[in-house]
Ligand binder design. Sequence first.
Ligand SMILES: NC(=O)c1ccc[n+]([C@@H]2O[C@H](COP(=O)([O-])OP(=O)(O)OC[C@H]3O[C@@H](n4cnc5c(N)ncnc54)[C@H](OP(=O)(O)O)[C@@H]3O)[C@@H](O)[C@H]2O)c1
Length: 321
Amino acid sequence: MNPANRPIVLFGATTPSGAAFLNLAAGRSVLVAGRQCPAHWPPEHFLRCDLGSPAPPAGLIRPDAVVVSFAPIWSLAPFLASLLAASGSNIHPKPSLCGVVACSSSSVLTKRFAANRFDRDLVRRLATAEDTIEACSNAAGISCRILQPSLIYGQAGEYGDQNLSRLVQLMARLPVLPIPAETGLRQPIHARQLAAVALHLVDQPNAAPRRTALGGDECLSYASMLERLREAVLLLDQRDPVGRCRLLPLPNRLFHLLTAPLLPLSAKGFEAVLRIEANLADFPKAHSILGTAPQRFPVAPLAPSAKTKTKTNHVSPACQP
Ligand SMILES: NC(=O)c1ccc[n+]([C@@H]2O[C@H](COP(=O)([O-])OP(=O)(O)OC[C@H]3O[C@@H](n4cnc5c(N)ncnc54)[C@H](OP(=O)(O)O)[C@@H]3O)[C@@H](O)[C@H]2O)c1
């Protein structure tokens, strides 16, 4: 079969990346699998399926299909292992699927040496899930690509991110936002860029290694990221309250002193604040995998601020800026 005609089974459709994927894959055969049907998606192309359930529904046995997932990889891994274990039996002599493109997180690399237990546990869960998916795909003889995206932002359909949009909301509320004078690098990726890479790998798995850390097309300092976000919001509405917020760069040592009281309250929160100074960037760029021109940060559309209603997910532990 021509890879561009392969049917797709999509998990995580109710996320910005999933909604962007559905948009980019319009016209292709896509079955959405999940706990709830996305708004405006035809119910006949939806399969109710909880990744936490012990047995995969029979409708998921599709030897010609590629599974694409934007759901938490630690939920997908055991589910996929049990689905692929059905392969090779008398009932299902072929593998239940023909490929997997699964979303993990760059946290598996960047939080490896975290001082707090929460982040170290997250790394362990991500790494174990990646290993499980790779092993069961190898055993079934199907292709497997794991994407480890950095900070995902933006709006797609009804779904908006809960990380950069929160920073915009913070700027909208505060007249002054203290930040360290020297901030680290970030490489945020728009949900549509991530979705485009995932779709590209459905058709051309060899366009990327088996596990690919992935960022947007630009590496920029945390401070520039905030400034660019503010400019983008003001370009849409000059009267937006973010225009009143000034970034206040403080000497790094003074910033540490001011944030130190957080440490006994939340080691994880304190480390997240310290990470503002860390370089979480220099990952392969989305445009280099897609073979397209680089896109300047921030790519539109951004998730609207709190005053506009939009569907958002809970904040994934894999996604804190
Ligand atoms: N956000 C970030 O900045 C970031 C950064 C790095 C990596 N990631 C990864 O990128 C992907 C998308 O991230 P996200 O933050 O937008 O979404 P997320 O909160 O990690 O995942 C939410 C999605 O997973 C589905 N899901 C969760 N549990 C499920 C289950 N038991 N059965 C079926 N579906 C289930 C949800 O469907 P329902 O509609 O049923 O709830 C929803 O579509 C995830 O793999 C995440 O780990 C995110």
